[in-house]
Design a protein around this ligand. Sequence first.
Ligand SMILES: Nc1ncnc2c1ncn2[C@@H]1O[C@H](COP(=O)(O)OP(=O)(O)OP(=O)(O)O)[C@@H](O)[C@H]1O
Length: 144
Amino acid sequence: MASVRVAVRVRPMNRREKDLTAKCIIKMDATKTSITNLKIPDGIGADSTRDRTKTFTYDFSYDSTDCKSSSFVSQEKVFKDLGSDVLRAAFEGYNACVFAYGQTGSGKSYTMMGNPVRQNTTKWTVFDTLIQKDSSQRDQRLSY
Ligand SMILES: Nc1ncnc2c1ncn2[C@@H]1O[C@H](COP(=O)(O)OP(=O)(O)OP(=O)(O)O)[C@@H](O)[C@H]1O
Protein backbone atom coordinates (compact mmCIF):
# COMPACT_ATOMS: atom_id res chain seq x y z
CA MET A 1 0.00 0.00 0.00
CA ALA A 2 1.34 3.47 -0.90
CA SER A 3 2.10 5.54 2.17
CA VAL A 4 -0.15 8.40 1.03
CA ARG A 5 -3.18 8.19 -1.23
CA VAL A 6 -5.26 11.11 -2.41
CA ALA A 7 -8.84 10.94 -3.68
CA VAL A 8 -11.22 13.60 -4.97
CA ARG A 9 -14.97 13.12 -4.69
CA VAL A 10 -17.82 15.14 -6.19
CA ARG A 11 -21.14 15.08 -4.34
CA PRO A 12 -24.59 15.54 -5.89
CA MET A 13 -25.86 19.09 -6.24
CA ASN A 14 -27.83 20.33 -3.28
CA ARG A 15 -31.22 22.05 -3.45
CA ARG A 16 -29.72 25.54 -3.57
CA GLU A 17 -27.38 24.64 -6.43
CA LYS A 18 -30.25 23.05 -8.37
CA ASP A 19 -32.47 26.09 -7.81
CA LEU A 20 -29.68 28.28 -9.17
CA THR A 21 -29.45 25.91 -12.19
CA ALA A 22 -25.76 25.52 -11.46
CA LYS A 23 -23.72 23.63 -14.05
CA CYS A 24 -21.39 20.81 -13.07
CA ILE A 25 -17.91 21.79 -14.26
CA ILE A 26 -16.09 18.72 -12.95
CA LYS A 27 -15.59 15.52 -14.91
CA MET A 28 -13.95 12.37 -13.61
CA ASP A 29 -12.40 9.69 -15.75
CA ALA A 30 -10.67 6.86 -13.88
CA THR A 31 -7.98 8.64 -11.84
CA LYS A 32 -8.31 11.94 -13.68
CA THR A 33 -10.34 14.96 -12.56
CA SER A 34 -10.99 17.75 -15.08
CA ILE A 35 -12.28 21.19 -14.25
CA THR A 36 -13.67 23.52 -16.91
CA ASN A 37 -13.74 27.29 -16.77
CA LEU A 38 -17.04 28.09 -18.49
CA LYS A 39 -16.10 31.76 -18.73
CA ILE A 40 -13.58 30.87 -21.43
CA PRO A 41 -15.42 30.27 -24.73
CA ASP A 42 -15.23 26.75 -26.13
CA GLY A 43 -13.22 25.80 -29.24
CA ILE A 44 -11.57 29.11 -30.13
CA GLY A 45 -7.98 27.89 -30.43
CA ALA A 46 -5.65 25.26 -29.08
CA ASP A 47 -4.29 27.53 -26.34
CA SER A 48 -7.73 28.68 -25.18
CA THR A 49 -9.00 25.13 -25.14
CA ARG A 50 -6.09 24.05 -22.98
CA ASP A 51 -6.76 26.85 -20.50
CA ARG A 52 -10.50 26.20 -20.48
CA THR A 53 -10.13 22.70 -19.07
CA LYS A 54 -7.45 21.64 -16.64
CA THR A 55 -6.90 17.99 -15.78
CA PHE A 56 -5.31 16.61 -12.63
CA THR A 57 -4.48 13.01 -11.73
CA TYR A 58 -5.08 11.57 -8.28
CA ASP A 59 -5.06 8.05 -6.88
CA PHE A 60 -8.85 8.05 -7.17
CA SER A 61 -11.34 10.43 -8.79
CA TYR A 62 -14.84 9.66 -7.58
CA ASP A 63 -17.96 10.82 -9.37
CA SER A 64 -20.81 10.55 -6.85
CA THR A 65 -23.05 13.11 -8.52
CA ASP A 66 -25.77 10.81 -9.83
CA CYS A 67 -26.56 7.40 -8.37
CA LYS A 68 -28.24 6.39 -11.66
CA SER A 69 -25.10 7.01 -13.70
CA SER A 70 -22.86 4.07 -14.69
CA SER A 71 -19.85 6.02 -13.38
CA PHE A 72 -21.41 6.56 -9.95
CA VAL A 73 -19.09 5.77 -7.04
CA SER A 74 -20.83 4.59 -3.88
CA GLN A 75 -19.92 5.12 -0.26
CA GLU A 76 -19.04 1.44 -0.05
CA LYS A 77 -16.54 1.70 -2.91
CA VAL A 78 -14.89 4.71 -1.27
CA PHE A 79 -14.58 2.80 1.98
CA LYS A 80 -13.20 -0.31 0.29
CA ASP A 81 -10.63 1.72 -1.68
CA LEU A 82 -9.50 4.04 1.09
CA GLY A 83 -10.75 2.91 4.48
CA SER A 84 -10.21 -0.84 4.56
CA ASP A 85 -6.42 -0.78 3.99
CA VAL A 86 -6.01 1.89 6.64
CA LEU A 87 -7.99 -0.25 9.08
CA ARG A 88 -5.97 -3.31 8.19
CA ALA A 89 -2.76 -1.36 8.74
CA ALA A 90 -4.07 -0.16 12.11
CA PHE A 91 -4.87 -3.77 13.10
CA GLU A 92 -1.33 -4.69 12.16
CA GLY A 93 -0.01 -2.03 14.52
CA TYR A 94 0.91 0.72 12.07
CA ASN A 95 0.00 4.35 12.60
CA ALA A 96 -2.69 5.37 10.10
CA CYS A 97 -4.75 8.45 9.39
CA VAL A 98 -7.62 9.38 7.09
CA PHE A 99 -8.66 13.00 6.76
CA ALA A 100 -11.05 14.94 4.55
CA TYR A 101 -10.35 18.41 3.24
CA GLY A 102 -12.73 20.75 1.45
CA GLN A 103 -14.93 23.77 1.77
CA THR A 104 -17.96 23.76 4.02
CA GLY A 105 -20.78 21.61 2.70
CA SER A 106 -18.56 19.77 0.22
CA GLY A 107 -19.24 16.34 1.78
CA LYS A 108 -16.37 15.65 4.19
CA SER A 109 -18.56 14.34 7.04
CA TYR A 110 -20.72 12.36 4.63
CA THR A 111 -17.70 10.65 3.11
CA MET A 112 -16.18 9.86 6.50
CA MET A 113 -19.35 8.87 8.36
CA GLY A 114 -21.89 7.91 5.69
CA ASN A 115 -25.62 8.10 5.90
CA PRO A 116 -26.68 7.20 9.47
CA VAL A 117 -29.48 4.89 8.39
CA ARG A 118 -28.24 2.96 5.37
CA GLN A 119 -24.59 3.51 4.56
CA ASN A 120 -23.13 3.01 8.02
CA THR A 121 -24.54 -0.50 7.83
CA THR A 122 -22.37 -1.16 4.79
CA LYS A 123 -19.34 0.40 6.43
CA TRP A 124 -19.75 -1.56 9.63
CA THR A 125 -20.38 -4.77 7.70
CA VAL A 126 -17.03 -4.33 5.93
CA PHE A 127 -15.48 -3.38 9.28
CA ASP A 128 -16.93 -6.50 10.94
CA THR A 129 -15.62 -8.63 8.08
CA LEU A 130 -12.16 -7.21 8.61
CA ILE A 131 -12.34 -7.91 12.35
CA GLN A 132 -13.54 -11.46 11.68
CA LYS A 133 -10.72 -11.97 9.16
CA ASP A 134 -8.21 -10.57 11.60
CA SER A 135 -9.41 -12.83 14.43
CA SER A 136 -9.47 -15.91 12.20
CA GLN A 137 -5.88 -15.17 11.10
CA ARG A 138 -4.92 -14.76 14.76
CA ASP A 139 -6.68 -18.05 15.64
CA GLN A 140 -4.80 -19.76 12.81
CA ARG A 141 -1.53 -18.36 14.09
CA LEU A 142 -2.33 -19.54 17.62
CA SER A 143 -3.19 -23.06 16.45
CA TYR A 144 0.25 -23.62 14.83
N1 LIG B 1 -21.64 11.81 -1.71
C1 LIG B 1 -22.77 12.36 -1.26
N2 LIG B 1 -23.96 11.85 -1.63
C2 LIG B 1 -25.12 12.41 -1.19
N3 LIG B 1 -25.19 13.48 -0.38
C3 LIG B 1 -24.04 14.00 0.03
C4 LIG B 1 -22.78 13.49 -0.39
N4 LIG B 1 -21.81 14.24 0.15
C5 LIG B 1 -22.44 15.18 0.87
N5 LIG B 1 -23.77 15.04 0.81
C6 LIG B 1 -24.76 15.90 1.46
O1 LIG B 1 -24.29 17.24 1.35
C7 LIG B 1 -24.49 17.95 2.57
C8 LIG B 1 -23.17 18.51 3.08
O2 LIG B 1 -22.31 17.43 3.37
P1 LIG B 1 -21.39 17.40 4.68
O3 LIG B 1 -22.15 17.82 5.89
O4 LIG B 1 -20.74 16.05 4.72
O5 LIG B 1 -20.32 18.53 4.32
P2 LIG B 1 -19.03 18.96 5.14
O6 LIG B 1 -17.94 19.13 4.14
O7 LIG B 1 -18.74 17.99 6.25
O8 LIG B 1 -19.48 20.37 5.70
P3 LIG B 1 -18.92 21.22 6.96
O9 LIG B 1 -17.49 21.55 6.64
O10 LIG B 1 -19.79 22.43 6.96
O11 LIG B 1 -19.06 20.36 8.17
C9 LIG B 1 -25.13 16.97 3.53
O12 LIG B 1 -26.54 17.18 3.49
C10 LIG B 1 -24.82 15.61 2.96
O13 LIG B 1 -25.80 14.64 3.27
